[in-house]
Design a protein around this ligand. Structure first.
Ligand SMILES: *[C@@H]1O[C@H](CO)[C@@H](O)[C@H](O)[C@H]1NC(C)=O
Ligand SMILES: *[C@@H]1O[C@H](CO)[C@@H](O)[C@H](O)[C@H]1NC(C)=O
Ligand SMILES: *[C@@H]1O[C@H](CO)[C@@H](O)[C@H](O)[C@H]1NC(C)=O
Length: 417
């Protein structure tokens, strides 16, 4: 063992002694560098070690630089490399031979290769592509317990002629499928696609690749590629079998995990309790399947729950829709007692008002038409003053007479009132 280690060390020392002082040692670039399309939005970079390289038995490595469509660089010991990338803008890369020698890096010159962008007139490719996936329980006729549907929509390119037709493909892993169920615009051009069942593994970590090309009699339609991370387009189902029961001031809510290939421990939940009477809501996040809240027992509540796959099981994605609301509590019994009280109070107030109004009227008349001092010679006036001390009703009669007799006087009294 020790001997072997010494041998390795010795070999390294000899190699260094060989390489460093000898300035003529040259690293040669790889040969036969090719880029081949091996699937939708997938290329294989391939090269061979230079057959003229001296010291072929040392640990040669390669540095790969991607220039387009997006810059990237990495090192590898292999002579091939698979890349998943959009290809409608073309693809280009370079590779060199490298040798790490202690702290110094020996590098060869670069060799490059490229894939030209596919032909097509500008602005004829589709735009605004959006996709969503959804999981449903399998109907039992298939091997998998769950199946994943895919729905994508897009807009027709601005410069695409009226006769343009688009063709939609997706690839997941080694599986590529063409769309069978298109939706069309009024010019019969395909603008959406629905796959009720796909080969997408909803728990998988591979990219979903979409490729849309097209044809027209007048121009070449530019193809379009897009990569989607599954967590970002997965529309999670809402939780199932939600129940909510109240016991006095305790509201306890329970639910089950959504229909999903992810197991029970993979979900985060959010509960929304809306107090309908007071018009406010409370939301709580949790990863348990039950929640107990203290509530006001005279209010009615609506309860909703939503779910998301938690970071424990994959990159955090979107929340599901809220579940259908469940209504609990009551706002009927106690409020009706309150209503009774309000009605009673209103009646009393009304009665008081009427009463005070009646008294006011009586009093008003006395104020309006006090005994009028007048010449005693007038027989009618004498009649008024003698009847002045009478009750409300009789007074009114008399006042009618007075009014007829002396209208000017009444106006004067009115301003006093
Ligand atoms: C490189 O390609 C040429 C032509 O295809 C072939 O003859 C040659 O053997 C290849 N070189 C290596 C090292 O594979
Ligand atoms: C399409 O996408 C562009 C840019 O992303 C955006 O500005 C435009 O509003 C979108 N059009 C529609 C109809 O959604
Ligand atoms: C569209 O792409 C598919 C898959 O690569 C290919 O088989 C088909 O021939 C292409 N159609 C057009 C019109 O370019």
């Amino acid at each position: 063992m020790v001997a072997a280690l010494l041998l390795v060390l010795g070999a390294t020392v000899i190699l260094r002694a060989d390489l460093l002082p000898d300035k003529k040692f040259l690293l040669l670039p790889p040969v036969n560098f090719t880029i081949k399309v091996t699937g939708l939005a997938q290329v294989l970079l391939n090269w061979e070690p230079n057959p003229d390289q001296e010291q072929r038995n040392v640990n040669l490595e390669y540095q790969v630089k991607i220039h387009a469509p997006q810059e990237d660089d990495y090192e590898t010991k292999n002579t091939e490399s698979k890349r998943i990338t959009i290809l409608h803008k073309g693809f280009s890369a370079s590779v060199q031979t490298i040798l790490w020698n202690d702290r110094s890096l020996l590098e060869s010159s670069w060799v490059s290769a490229e894939l030209k962008a596919p032909p097509g007139s500008p602005r004829t490719s589709i735009v605004n592509l959006t996709c969503i996936t959804n999981t449903v329980a399998s109907d039992g006729t298939h091997f998998r317990p769950y199946q994943v549907s895919l729905h994508c929509t897009w807009l027709v390119g601005e410069e695409a002629p009226e006769d343009t037709q688009y063709f939609f493909y997706y690839r997941y892993g080694s599986w590529t499928e063409e769309c069978q169920e298109y939706s069309k615009d009024p010019l019969e051009r395909n603008i959406a696609c629905w796959f009720p069942r796909t080969f997408i593994n909803s728990k998988g970590r591979e990219w979903l690749v979409v490729h849309v090309n097209g044809s027209s009699k007048y121009v070449t339609i530019k193809p379009f590629d897009q990569l989607f991370a599954l967590h970002s387009i997965d529309r999670v189902n809402p939780p199932m079998n939600i129940t909510a029961v109240t016991e006095g001031t305790h509201l306890s809510i329970q639910w089950e995990k959504p229909v999903s290939a992810f197991p029970i421990h993979c979900f985060d939940y959010e509960v929304k309790i809306y107090n309908i009477r007071k018009g406010y809501f409370q939301t709580e996040k949790m990863n348990a399947n039950t929640f107990i809240s203290i509530i006001d027992d005279v209010s009615k509540y609506s309860v909703q729950v939503r779910a998301a796959v938690s970071s424990v099981c994959r990159t955090v994605g979107l929340w599901s829709e809220w579940s259908q609301p469940i209504y609990v509590g009551n706002d009927e019994q106690k409020p009706s007692a309150e209503w009774l009280l309000i009605v009673l109070m209103a009646t009393i107030c009304f009665a008081l008002l009427i009463f005070s109004l009646l008294c006011r009227i009586c009093h008003l008349w006395t104020k309006l038409f006090p005994p009028v001092p007048a010449p005693k010679s007038n027989i009618k006036d004498l009649f008024v003053s003698t009847n002045y001390e009478k009750t409300c009703s009789s007074e009114t009669e008399i006042e009618v007479i007075s009014y007829v007799e002396e209208p000017g006087f009444e106006i004067l009294q009115d301003s006093v009132f």
